[in-house]
Design a protein around this ligand. Structure first.
Ligand code: ATP
Length: 193
């Protein structure tokens, strides 16, 4: 049987916003990927960040954001893996746990430029494909021509989670920058206030 191709989009998703969702949906619908999993990074116990919402809340927001989209999934796989989590370790774990799936990394051109600093990046390139979406103002670097890399021109929305947290702290509305269920959940909670 043909293996399912699953794209992994890693992030702290603090909170998940339309910039992330546009990429995830593009990769799930306009490439050969069957599904995209948004893999929520857990809090690193050695680097506690006061602005990082609890793991459970960030995962819940991702679930709310993608609930209508059957080929997008939220993953908490890294919550139970040793911390800090390294992408190569998560990939190795997933490959063993899901022999019926092929995992492909999704990353922005900004991350490709620094991939050579990642743990075992050569192993990642040898065993996995990476789908890269271009981001303005970032050079793709030398790895762009590596056979493991495929470059895509996805639509982009120039927003960030830090901008959203700033809006909330300053009392500005974040409607339309996040999906409506995420907007309502954040408004009715104490998150990022
Ligand atoms: P922060 O502002 O807190 O740094 P962020 O918005 O960059 O957060 P992350 O959770 O770090 O969100 O993002 C996950 C991945 O999505 C990262 O690889 C990041 O480069 C990418 N990303 C973030 N914002 C966008 C965007 N607007 N368009 C495309 N990719 C994005």
């Amino acid at each position: 049987m043909k293996k399912k191709k699953v794209g992994l989009f890693f992030g702290s998703f603090n909170p998940v916003h339309v910039g992330h969702l546009i990429i995830a949906n593009y990769m799930a619908t306009q490439t050969d990927l069957d599904e995209v999993w948004l893999v929520v990074s857990p809090q690193n116990p050695l680097k506690k960040k006061s602005t990082l919402a609890r793991d459970f809340d960030r995962l819940h927001l991702v679930r709310l954001a993608i609930e209508d989209c059957p080929n997008l999934k939220a993953s908490n796989i890294e919550f139970d893996l040793p911390k800090p989590s390294y992408t190569i370790d998560t990939l190795t774990y997933l490959k063993e746990a899901h022999p019926d799936k092929d995992f492909i990394l999704i990353m922005g051109g900004d991350n490709l430029g620094t991939l050579h600093k990642w743990k075992n990046y050569e192993q990642i390139l040898n065993y996995y494909q990476i789908y890269v979406y271009q981001r303005p103002n970032y050079e793709l670097g030398n790895l762009a021509t590596h056979p493991a890399i495929k470059i895509f021109e996805a639509p982009l929305m120039q927003v960030s989670a830090s901008y959203i947290r700033k809006c909330i702290r300053e009392g500005h509305s974040i409607q339309y920058i996040v999906t409506q269920p995420v907007f309502e959940y954040i408004n009715s909670s104490n998150l990022y206030k």
